[in-house]
Design a protein around this ligand. Sequence first.
Ligand SMILES: Nc1ncnc2c1ncn2[C@@H]1O[C@H](COP(=O)(O)OP(=O)(O)OP(=O)(O)O)[C@@H](O)[C@H]1O
Ligand SMILES: [Mg+2]
Length: 468
Amino acid sequence: MDRALCPVLVGREREVSLLEDALLAAHRGSGQVVVIAGEAGVGKTRLAMELQERARRAGTAVMVGTTSEAEVALPYLPFIEAIGNYLAGADLDRIKLQLGPATCRQLGQLLPPFELQTTLIDPGEPAQAKMRLYEAILAFLRLAAERTGLLLVLEDLHWADPSTRELLEYIARRVRRRSRILLLATYRNDELNRRHPLRPLIQGWQRSGIAQIVDLQPLPPGGVARMVSAIFDNAPVESELGDFLHDRSEGNPFVLEELLKAALDRGDIFLTAGGWDRKAIHQLRLPPTVKQAILLRVERMSEEQADILRAAAVLGRSFDYRMLVGVSQRPEAAVLNALRAFMQDQLMDEELSGRYRFRHALTREAIHDDLIAPERERLHACAADWLRSQLFPDKHDLAYHLMAAGHWDEAVPVAIEAARAAEADKAYADTAMLYERIVEHMPDPCERARVLSELGKAHFFAGETRRG
Ligand SMILES: Nc1ncnc2c1ncn2[C@@H]1O[C@H](COP(=O)(O)OP(=O)(O)OP(=O)(O)O)[C@@H](O)[C@H]1O
Ligand SMILES: [Mg+2]
Protein backbone atom coordinates (compact mmCIF):
# COMPACT_ATOMS: atom_id res chain seq x y z
CA MET A 1 0.00 0.00 0.00
CA ASP A 2 1.39 3.37 -1.01
CA ARG A 3 -1.41 5.63 0.06
CA ALA A 4 -2.75 6.15 3.54
CA LEU A 5 -6.21 7.50 2.75
CA CYS A 6 -9.29 6.73 4.75
CA PRO A 7 -11.82 4.79 2.63
CA VAL A 8 -14.86 5.58 4.79
CA LEU A 9 -16.31 8.65 6.45
CA VAL A 10 -15.58 8.54 10.16
CA GLY A 11 -17.87 10.26 12.64
CA ARG A 12 -19.72 13.42 11.56
CA GLU A 13 -23.11 11.81 12.23
CA ARG A 14 -24.61 15.03 13.57
CA GLU A 15 -23.32 17.09 10.63
CA VAL A 16 -24.50 14.57 8.04
CA SER A 17 -27.96 14.51 9.58
CA LEU A 18 -28.16 18.32 9.57
CA LEU A 19 -27.12 18.36 5.92
CA GLU A 20 -29.60 15.65 4.98
CA ASP A 21 -32.39 17.60 6.66
CA ALA A 22 -31.38 20.69 4.72
CA LEU A 23 -31.37 18.70 1.48
CA LEU A 24 -34.81 17.35 2.26
CA ALA A 25 -36.17 20.79 3.10
CA ALA A 26 -34.77 22.17 -0.16
CA HIS A 27 -36.33 19.28 -2.01
CA ARG A 28 -39.68 20.20 -0.53
CA GLY A 29 -39.36 23.72 -1.85
CA SER A 30 -37.86 25.58 1.05
CA GLY A 31 -34.39 26.55 -0.21
CA GLN A 32 -31.49 26.37 2.21
CA VAL A 33 -28.02 27.80 2.74
CA VAL A 34 -25.51 25.83 4.81
CA VAL A 35 -21.92 26.86 5.40
CA ILE A 36 -19.26 24.39 6.55
CA ALA A 37 -16.49 26.23 8.37
CA GLY A 38 -13.33 24.62 9.68
CA GLU A 39 -9.55 24.65 9.72
CA ALA A 40 -7.51 23.42 6.75
CA GLY A 41 -7.69 19.64 6.38
CA VAL A 42 -10.39 19.10 9.00
CA GLY A 43 -12.73 17.42 6.50
CA LYS A 44 -14.98 20.06 4.91
CA THR A 45 -14.61 18.70 1.38
CA ARG A 46 -15.04 15.11 2.61
CA LEU A 47 -18.28 16.02 4.35
CA ALA A 48 -19.54 17.94 1.31
CA MET A 49 -18.71 14.92 -0.86
CA GLU A 50 -20.73 12.68 1.39
CA LEU A 51 -23.75 14.87 0.84
CA GLN A 52 -23.12 14.97 -2.92
CA GLU A 53 -23.19 11.18 -3.03
CA ARG A 54 -26.42 11.05 -1.09
CA ALA A 55 -27.97 13.75 -3.27
CA ARG A 56 -27.00 11.96 -6.48
CA ARG A 57 -28.45 8.72 -5.20
CA ALA A 58 -31.71 10.56 -4.49
CA GLY A 59 -31.74 11.91 -8.07
CA THR A 60 -30.98 15.50 -7.06
CA ALA A 61 -29.02 17.63 -9.52
CA VAL A 62 -25.53 18.45 -8.22
CA MET A 63 -23.21 21.29 -9.21
CA VAL A 64 -19.77 21.81 -7.72
CA GLY A 65 -17.47 24.79 -8.12
CA THR A 66 -14.14 25.45 -6.46
CA THR A 67 -12.45 28.75 -5.78
CA SER A 68 -8.95 29.31 -7.04
CA GLU A 69 -6.28 30.38 -4.61
CA ALA A 70 -4.47 32.36 -7.32
CA GLU A 71 -4.41 36.02 -6.42
CA VAL A 72 -5.76 36.88 -9.83
CA ALA A 73 -8.47 34.50 -10.93
CA LEU A 74 -11.26 34.64 -13.44
CA PRO A 75 -14.19 36.50 -11.82
CA TYR A 76 -17.10 34.28 -10.71
CA LEU A 77 -14.88 31.22 -11.26
CA PRO A 78 -16.63 28.79 -8.85
CA PHE A 79 -20.03 29.59 -10.39
CA ILE A 80 -18.67 29.25 -13.92
CA GLU A 81 -17.08 25.92 -13.03
CA ALA A 82 -20.20 24.60 -11.29
CA ILE A 83 -22.57 25.59 -14.08
CA GLY A 84 -20.13 24.68 -16.87
CA ASN A 85 -19.66 21.11 -15.62
CA TYR A 86 -23.38 20.69 -15.16
CA LEU A 87 -24.08 21.90 -18.69
CA ALA A 88 -21.67 19.35 -20.13
CA GLY A 89 -24.16 16.63 -19.20
CA ALA A 90 -27.40 18.55 -19.76
CA ASP A 91 -29.81 19.09 -22.61
CA LEU A 92 -28.66 22.55 -23.60
CA ASP A 93 -31.28 23.14 -26.27
CA ARG A 94 -34.11 22.46 -23.87
CA ILE A 95 -32.55 24.73 -21.25
CA LYS A 96 -32.17 27.55 -23.78
CA LEU A 97 -35.76 27.16 -24.84
CA GLN A 98 -37.02 27.27 -21.28
CA LEU A 99 -34.91 30.25 -20.24
CA GLY A 100 -35.70 32.34 -23.29
CA PRO A 101 -33.32 34.41 -25.43
CA ALA A 102 -32.97 37.41 -23.09
CA THR A 103 -31.75 35.31 -20.16
CA CYS A 104 -29.52 33.24 -22.44
CA ARG A 105 -27.92 36.40 -23.78
CA GLN A 106 -27.13 37.48 -20.24
CA LEU A 107 -25.65 34.08 -19.40
CA GLY A 108 -23.64 34.15 -22.63
CA GLN A 109 -21.47 36.88 -21.10
CA LEU A 110 -20.02 34.37 -18.65
CA LEU A 111 -20.82 30.98 -20.13
CA PRO A 112 -19.81 30.37 -23.74
CA PRO A 113 -22.41 27.60 -24.34
CA PHE A 114 -25.12 30.25 -24.07
CA GLU A 115 -23.66 32.61 -26.60
CA LEU A 116 -26.32 33.21 -29.20
CA GLN A 117 -25.88 34.43 -32.75
CA THR A 118 -27.22 37.87 -31.95
CA THR A 119 -25.47 41.14 -31.32
CA LEU A 120 -25.32 42.25 -27.74
CA ILE A 121 -27.83 44.80 -26.64
CA ASP A 122 -26.54 48.01 -25.10
CA PRO A 123 -25.46 46.99 -21.61
CA GLY A 124 -26.84 50.23 -20.21
CA GLU A 125 -26.12 51.42 -16.72
CA PRO A 126 -23.49 49.18 -15.02
CA ALA A 127 -25.32 48.49 -11.76
CA GLN A 128 -28.50 47.46 -13.53
CA ALA A 129 -26.60 45.44 -16.11
CA LYS A 130 -25.01 43.48 -13.31
CA MET A 131 -28.34 42.85 -11.63
CA ARG A 132 -29.69 41.48 -14.92
CA LEU A 133 -26.74 39.09 -15.10
CA TYR A 134 -27.29 37.94 -11.52
CA GLU A 135 -31.00 37.46 -12.12
CA ALA A 136 -30.22 35.35 -15.17
CA ILE A 137 -27.90 33.11 -13.15
CA LEU A 138 -30.54 32.72 -10.46
CA ALA A 139 -33.16 31.90 -13.10
CA PHE A 140 -30.83 29.22 -14.48
CA LEU A 141 -30.27 27.70 -11.02
CA ARG A 142 -33.98 27.70 -10.29
CA LEU A 143 -34.66 25.94 -13.57
CA ALA A 144 -32.01 23.29 -12.83
CA ALA A 145 -33.62 22.76 -9.40
CA GLU A 146 -37.19 22.78 -10.61
CA ARG A 147 -37.83 19.09 -11.11
CA THR A 148 -35.22 17.30 -9.00
CA GLY A 149 -33.96 19.85 -6.52
CA LEU A 150 -30.39 21.13 -6.73
CA LEU A 151 -27.35 20.85 -4.50
CA LEU A 152 -24.96 23.68 -5.37
CA VAL A 153 -21.59 23.23 -3.66
CA LEU A 154 -19.18 26.16 -3.65
CA GLU A 155 -15.86 25.30 -2.09
CA ASP A 156 -13.10 27.25 -0.38
CA LEU A 157 -14.79 30.62 -0.31
CA HIS A 158 -12.00 32.15 1.78
CA TRP A 159 -10.25 32.51 -1.60
CA ALA A 160 -13.27 33.92 -3.43
CA ASP A 161 -12.67 37.00 -5.53
CA PRO A 162 -14.84 40.07 -4.84
CA SER A 163 -17.23 39.36 -7.74
CA THR A 164 -17.83 35.81 -6.56
CA ARG A 165 -18.61 37.09 -3.08
CA GLU A 166 -21.07 39.59 -4.48
CA LEU A 167 -22.88 37.04 -6.62
CA LEU A 168 -22.88 34.62 -3.71
CA GLU A 169 -24.49 37.21 -1.48
CA TYR A 170 -27.12 37.88 -4.13
CA ILE A 171 -27.93 34.18 -4.63
CA ALA A 172 -27.89 33.28 -0.93
CA ARG A 173 -30.43 35.94 -0.11
CA ARG A 174 -32.82 34.63 -2.75
CA VAL A 175 -32.37 30.88 -2.52
CA ARG A 176 -34.61 30.71 0.51
CA ARG A 177 -37.56 32.19 -1.27
CA ARG A 178 -39.46 29.50 -3.10
CA SER A 179 -36.61 27.51 -4.52
CA ARG A 180 -35.50 23.89 -4.33
CA ILE A 181 -31.86 24.83 -4.01
CA LEU A 182 -29.48 23.84 -1.23
CA LEU A 183 -26.46 26.12 -1.40
CA LEU A 184 -23.60 24.45 0.45
CA ALA A 185 -20.52 26.60 0.92
CA THR A 186 -17.23 25.74 2.60
CA TYR A 187 -14.44 27.94 3.87
CA ARG A 188 -11.36 27.73 6.09
CA ASN A 189 -12.05 29.69 9.23
CA ASP A 190 -8.34 29.72 10.09
CA GLU A 191 -7.77 31.87 6.97
CA LEU A 192 -10.30 34.48 8.04
CA ASN A 193 -8.51 37.19 9.92
CA ARG A 194 -10.48 40.02 11.46
CA ARG A 195 -10.49 42.07 8.28
CA HIS A 196 -11.15 39.29 5.80
CA PRO A 197 -13.95 40.41 3.45
CA LEU A 198 -15.83 37.11 3.74
CA ARG A 199 -16.29 37.65 7.46
CA PRO A 200 -19.00 40.36 7.35
CA LEU A 201 -20.86 38.37 4.71
CA ILE A 202 -21.05 35.20 6.81
CA GLN A 203 -21.81 37.18 9.96
CA GLY A 204 -24.64 38.93 8.15
CA TRP A 205 -26.13 35.58 7.10
CA GLN A 206 -25.83 34.31 10.62
CA ARG A 207 -27.50 37.39 12.10
CA SER A 208 -30.41 37.34 9.69
CA GLY A 209 -30.85 33.57 9.88
CA ILE A 210 -30.12 33.10 6.19
CA ALA A 211 -27.58 30.34 6.71
CA GLN A 212 -26.89 27.52 9.10
CA ILE A 213 -23.20 27.37 9.99
CA VAL A 214 -21.61 23.99 10.63
CA ASP A 215 -18.46 24.55 12.63
CA LEU A 216 -16.46 21.43 11.84
CA GLN A 217 -14.25 20.34 14.72
CA PRO A 218 -11.20 18.03 14.69
CA LEU A 219 -11.94 14.35 15.34
CA PRO A 220 -11.89 13.05 18.93
CA PRO A 221 -9.37 10.30 19.90
CA GLY A 222 -11.92 7.60 19.07
CA GLY A 223 -12.42 9.05 15.60
CA VAL A 224 -8.68 9.11 14.97
CA ALA A 225 -8.43 5.46 16.05
CA ARG A 226 -11.28 4.54 13.70
CA MET A 227 -9.61 6.34 10.80
CA VAL A 228 -6.31 4.53 11.45
CA SER A 229 -8.11 1.22 11.63
CA ALA A 230 -10.03 1.87 8.40
CA ILE A 231 -6.86 2.87 6.57
CA PHE A 232 -5.07 -0.31 7.66
CA ASP A 233 -7.74 -2.78 6.54
CA ASN A 234 -9.65 -2.66 9.81
CA ALA A 235 -6.65 -3.67 11.90
CA PRO A 236 -7.34 -3.23 15.61
CA VAL A 237 -5.85 -0.01 17.03
CA GLU A 238 -4.93 -0.02 20.72
CA SER A 239 -5.92 3.07 22.61
CA GLU A 240 -2.26 3.89 23.31
CA LEU A 241 -1.56 4.28 19.57
CA GLY A 242 -4.89 6.05 18.98
CA ASP A 243 -4.12 8.58 21.70
CA PHE A 244 -0.57 9.08 20.48
CA LEU A 245 -1.73 9.80 16.91
CA HIS A 246 -4.57 11.98 18.14
CA ASP A 247 -2.03 13.99 20.05
CA ARG A 248 0.31 14.37 17.11
CA SER A 249 -2.37 15.13 14.53
CA GLU A 250 -4.54 17.19 16.87
CA GLY A 251 -7.48 15.29 15.43
CA ASN A 252 -6.98 16.76 11.96
CA PRO A 253 -7.71 14.05 9.35
CA PHE A 254 -5.39 15.50 6.70
CA VAL A 255 -2.49 15.73 9.13
CA LEU A 256 -3.22 12.20 10.32
CA GLU A 257 -3.15 10.79 6.79
CA GLU A 258 0.12 12.55 6.05
CA LEU A 259 1.71 11.30 9.27
CA LEU A 260 0.63 7.74 8.52
CA LYS A 261 1.99 8.05 5.01
CA ALA A 262 5.34 9.16 6.46
CA ALA A 263 5.31 6.22 8.88
CA LEU A 264 4.65 3.83 5.97
CA ASP A 265 7.45 5.31 3.88
CA ARG A 266 9.93 4.97 6.72
CA GLY A 267 8.92 1.43 7.49
CA ASP A 268 7.62 2.39 10.94
CA ILE A 269 4.32 0.74 10.02
CA PHE A 270 4.61 -2.35 7.84
CA LEU A 271 2.64 -5.26 6.50
CA THR A 272 3.56 -8.75 7.70
CA ALA A 273 2.12 -12.13 6.79
CA GLY A 274 -0.08 -11.81 9.86
CA GLY A 275 -1.36 -8.31 9.04
CA TRP A 276 -0.22 -4.78 9.86
CA ASP A 277 2.45 -4.28 12.48
CA ARG A 278 4.39 -1.30 13.73
CA LYS A 279 7.41 -0.32 15.71
CA ALA A 280 7.03 0.60 19.35
CA ILE A 281 5.56 4.04 19.89
CA HIS A 282 8.81 5.54 21.16
CA GLN A 283 10.47 4.37 17.94
CA LEU A 284 7.94 6.00 15.61
CA ARG A 285 9.77 8.97 14.13
CA LEU A 286 6.91 11.01 12.81
CA PRO A 287 7.82 14.35 11.27
CA PRO A 288 6.72 17.20 13.54
CA THR A 289 4.64 19.06 10.93
CA VAL A 290 2.68 18.21 7.80
CA LYS A 291 4.89 20.51 5.82
CA GLN A 292 7.92 18.49 6.85
CA ALA A 293 6.14 15.24 6.11
CA ILE A 294 5.51 16.46 2.57
CA LEU A 295 8.95 17.95 2.03
CA LEU A 296 10.57 14.73 3.25
CA ARG A 297 8.74 12.96 0.49
CA VAL A 298 10.06 15.45 -2.05
CA GLU A 299 13.58 14.86 -0.77
CA ARG A 300 13.30 11.17 -1.48
CA MET A 301 12.30 11.76 -5.12
CA SER A 302 14.72 11.80 -8.03
CA GLU A 303 15.97 15.25 -8.99
CA GLU A 304 13.81 15.11 -12.13
CA GLN A 305 10.61 14.25 -10.31
CA ALA A 306 11.20 16.87 -7.65
CA ASP A 307 11.69 19.49 -10.39
CA ILE A 308 8.47 18.45 -12.10
CA LEU A 309 6.60 18.62 -8.79
CA ARG A 310 7.92 22.12 -8.09
CA ALA A 311 6.88 23.29 -11.55
CA ALA A 312 3.40 21.88 -10.90
CA ALA A 313 3.18 23.73 -7.58
CA VAL A 314 3.79 27.01 -9.41
CA LEU A 315 0.98 26.29 -11.88
CA GLY A 316 -1.62 26.06 -9.12
CA ARG A 317 -3.76 23.57 -7.27
CA SER A 318 -5.06 22.17 -10.53
CA PHE A 319 -3.22 22.38 -13.83
CA ASP A 320 -3.11 21.33 -17.45
CA TYR A 321 -0.84 18.41 -18.23
CA ARG A 322 0.52 20.01 -21.41
CA MET A 323 1.36 23.15 -19.49
CA LEU A 324 3.36 21.11 -16.99
CA VAL A 325 5.34 19.51 -19.83
CA GLY A 326 6.05 22.97 -21.23
CA VAL A 327 6.97 24.64 -17.97
CA SER A 328 9.01 21.82 -16.47
CA GLN A 329 10.93 21.51 -19.77
CA ARG A 330 11.13 17.75 -19.35
CA PRO A 331 10.26 15.06 -21.88
CA GLU A 332 6.64 13.98 -21.93
CA ALA A 333 7.46 10.44 -20.85
CA ALA A 334 9.26 11.74 -17.76
CA VAL A 335 6.32 13.99 -16.84
CA LEU A 336 3.87 11.12 -17.28
CA ASN A 337 5.97 8.86 -15.08
CA ALA A 338 6.26 11.55 -12.47
CA LEU A 339 2.51 12.17 -12.43
CA ARG A 340 1.90 8.47 -12.01
CA ALA A 341 4.27 8.44 -9.06
CA PHE A 342 2.66 11.54 -7.51
CA MET A 343 -0.75 9.91 -7.70
CA GLN A 344 0.54 6.75 -6.09
CA ASP A 345 2.23 8.85 -3.45
CA GLN A 346 -1.10 10.49 -2.45
CA LEU A 347 0.15 13.88 -3.62
CA MET A 348 -2.15 14.29 -6.60
CA ASP A 349 -5.34 13.08 -8.22
CA GLU A 350 -6.42 12.98 -11.84
CA GLU A 351 -9.20 15.39 -12.78
CA LEU A 352 -11.01 15.60 -16.10
CA SER A 353 -8.97 14.51 -19.10
CA GLY A 354 -5.58 16.15 -19.22
CA ARG A 355 -5.83 17.88 -15.87
CA TYR A 356 -4.24 16.97 -12.57
CA ARG A 357 -4.79 18.35 -9.13
CA PHE A 358 -2.84 18.45 -5.91
CA ARG A 359 -4.88 16.29 -3.62
CA HIS A 360 -4.73 18.96 -1.02
CA ALA A 361 -4.11 22.69 -1.05
CA LEU A 362 -1.71 22.27 1.87
CA THR A 363 0.48 19.95 -0.21
CA ARG A 364 0.85 22.50 -2.95
CA GLU A 365 1.44 25.28 -0.44
CA ALA A 366 4.22 23.34 1.29
CA ILE A 367 6.07 22.77 -1.98
CA HIS A 368 5.42 26.24 -3.38
CA ASP A 369 6.51 27.99 -0.19
CA ASP A 370 9.69 25.94 -0.04
CA LEU A 371 10.90 27.34 -3.38
CA ILE A 372 13.52 30.06 -3.16
CA ALA A 373 12.39 33.34 -4.74
CA PRO A 374 14.54 33.29 -7.91
CA GLU A 375 13.45 29.74 -8.70
CA ARG A 376 9.80 30.58 -8.10
CA GLU A 377 10.04 33.66 -10.31
CA ARG A 378 11.79 31.68 -13.05
CA LEU A 379 9.03 29.08 -13.05
CA HIS A 380 6.29 31.70 -13.13
CA ALA A 381 8.09 33.33 -16.08
CA CYS A 382 8.15 29.93 -17.86
CA ALA A 383 4.44 29.56 -17.17
CA ALA A 384 3.80 33.00 -18.70
CA ASP A 385 5.91 32.06 -21.77
CA TRP A 386 3.94 28.87 -22.20
CA LEU A 387 0.62 30.69 -21.96
CA ARG A 388 1.75 33.24 -24.52
CA SER A 389 2.57 30.46 -26.96
CA GLN A 390 -1.09 29.39 -26.88
CA LEU A 391 -3.71 30.57 -29.32
CA PHE A 392 -6.09 32.06 -26.72
CA PRO A 393 -4.21 32.41 -23.44
CA ASP A 394 -6.33 33.14 -20.38
CA LYS A 395 -5.54 36.78 -19.62
CA HIS A 396 -6.05 36.41 -15.89
CA ASP A 397 -3.65 33.49 -15.69
CA LEU A 398 -1.13 35.29 -17.83
CA ALA A 399 -1.34 38.45 -15.74
CA TYR A 400 -0.99 36.39 -12.58
CA HIS A 401 2.16 34.58 -13.73
CA LEU A 402 3.78 37.71 -15.13
CA MET A 403 3.18 39.57 -11.87
CA ALA A 404 4.44 36.63 -9.80
CA ALA A 405 7.53 36.52 -12.04
CA GLY A 406 8.09 40.20 -11.31
CA HIS A 407 8.00 41.01 -15.05
CA TRP A 408 6.06 44.19 -14.55
CA ASP A 409 6.80 45.70 -18.00
CA GLU A 410 4.93 42.86 -19.60
CA ALA A 411 2.48 42.34 -16.76
CA VAL A 412 1.03 45.86 -16.90
CA PRO A 413 -0.53 45.73 -20.39
CA VAL A 414 -1.83 42.18 -19.85
CA ALA A 415 -3.31 43.11 -16.48
CA ILE A 416 -5.03 46.08 -18.13
CA GLU A 417 -6.56 43.72 -20.70
CA ALA A 418 -7.65 41.36 -17.92
CA ALA A 419 -9.12 44.29 -15.99
CA ARG A 420 -11.11 45.36 -19.06
CA ALA A 421 -12.37 41.81 -19.54
CA ALA A 422 -13.45 41.73 -15.89
CA GLU A 423 -15.20 45.06 -16.40
CA ALA A 424 -17.08 43.61 -19.37
CA ASP A 425 -18.20 40.78 -17.05
CA LYS A 426 -19.41 43.44 -14.61
CA ALA A 427 -16.83 42.24 -12.12
CA TYR A 428 -15.92 45.78 -11.08
CA ALA A 429 -14.30 44.82 -7.79
CA ASP A 430 -11.93 42.49 -9.65
CA THR A 431 -11.21 45.22 -12.15
CA ALA A 432 -10.27 47.51 -9.28
CA MET A 433 -8.05 44.87 -7.70
CA LEU A 434 -6.10 44.37 -10.93
CA TYR A 435 -5.55 48.11 -11.41
CA GLU A 436 -4.45 48.44 -7.81
CA ARG A 437 -1.83 45.74 -8.26
CA ILE A 438 -0.19 47.37 -11.27
CA VAL A 439 -0.47 51.06 -10.64
CA GLU A 440 2.73 51.39 -8.62
CA HIS A 441 4.64 49.60 -11.36
CA MET A 442 3.81 52.12 -14.06
CA PRO A 443 6.66 54.53 -14.65
CA ASP A 444 4.83 56.83 -17.09
CA PRO A 445 2.83 59.42 -15.11
CA CYS A 446 0.22 59.90 -17.87
CA GLU A 447 -0.51 56.21 -18.12
CA ARG A 448 -0.57 55.94 -14.37
CA ALA A 449 -3.10 58.76 -14.20
CA ARG A 450 -5.25 56.99 -16.77
CA VAL A 451 -5.20 53.75 -14.77
CA LEU A 452 -5.95 55.65 -11.56
CA SER A 453 -8.98 57.21 -13.18
CA GLU A 454 -10.14 53.76 -14.38
CA LEU A 455 -9.50 52.49 -10.86
CA GLY A 456 -11.71 55.19 -9.41
CA LYS A 457 -14.44 54.35 -11.90
CA ALA A 458 -14.24 50.64 -11.07
CA HIS A 459 -14.44 51.40 -7.34
CA PHE A 460 -17.42 53.65 -7.96
CA PHE A 461 -19.34 51.00 -9.92
CA ALA A 462 -18.35 48.27 -7.47
CA GLY A 463 -19.73 50.39 -4.62
CA GLU A 464 -22.82 51.39 -6.61
CA THR A 465 -23.79 47.84 -7.35
CA ARG A 466 -23.12 46.73 -3.81
CA ARG A 467 -25.56 49.33 -2.54
CA GLY A 468 -27.99 48.83 -5.41
N1 LIG B 1 -14.51 12.28 8.76
C1 LIG B 1 -13.56 11.77 7.99
N2 LIG B 1 -13.43 10.43 7.85
C2 LIG B 1 -12.46 9.93 7.05
N3 LIG B 1 -11.59 10.67 6.35
C3 LIG B 1 -11.68 12.00 6.45
C4 LIG B 1 -12.67 12.62 7.28
N4 LIG B 1 -12.52 13.95 7.19
C5 LIG B 1 -11.50 14.16 6.34
N5 LIG B 1 -10.98 12.99 5.89
C6 LIG B 1 -9.85 12.87 4.96
O1 LIG B 1 -8.86 13.81 5.34
C7 LIG B 1 -8.32 14.48 4.22
C8 LIG B 1 -8.56 15.97 4.33
O2 LIG B 1 -9.96 16.24 4.30
P1 LIG B 1 -10.60 17.38 3.39
O3 LIG B 1 -9.88 17.47 2.11
O4 LIG B 1 -12.05 17.15 3.37
O5 LIG B 1 -10.26 18.66 4.27
P2 LIG B 1 -10.75 20.16 4.06
O6 LIG B 1 -11.31 20.62 5.34
O7 LIG B 1 -11.60 20.25 2.86
O8 LIG B 1 -9.36 20.90 3.84
P3 LIG B 1 -9.07 22.28 3.03
O9 LIG B 1 -9.43 23.40 3.93
O10 LIG B 1 -7.61 22.27 2.79
O11 LIG B 1 -9.87 22.23 1.77
C9 LIG B 1 -8.96 13.85 3.00
O12 LIG B 1 -8.13 12.83 2.48
C10 LIG B 1 -10.25 13.28 3.55
O13 LIG B 1 -10.72 12.20 2.79
MG1 LIG C 1 -11.40 21.22 1.06
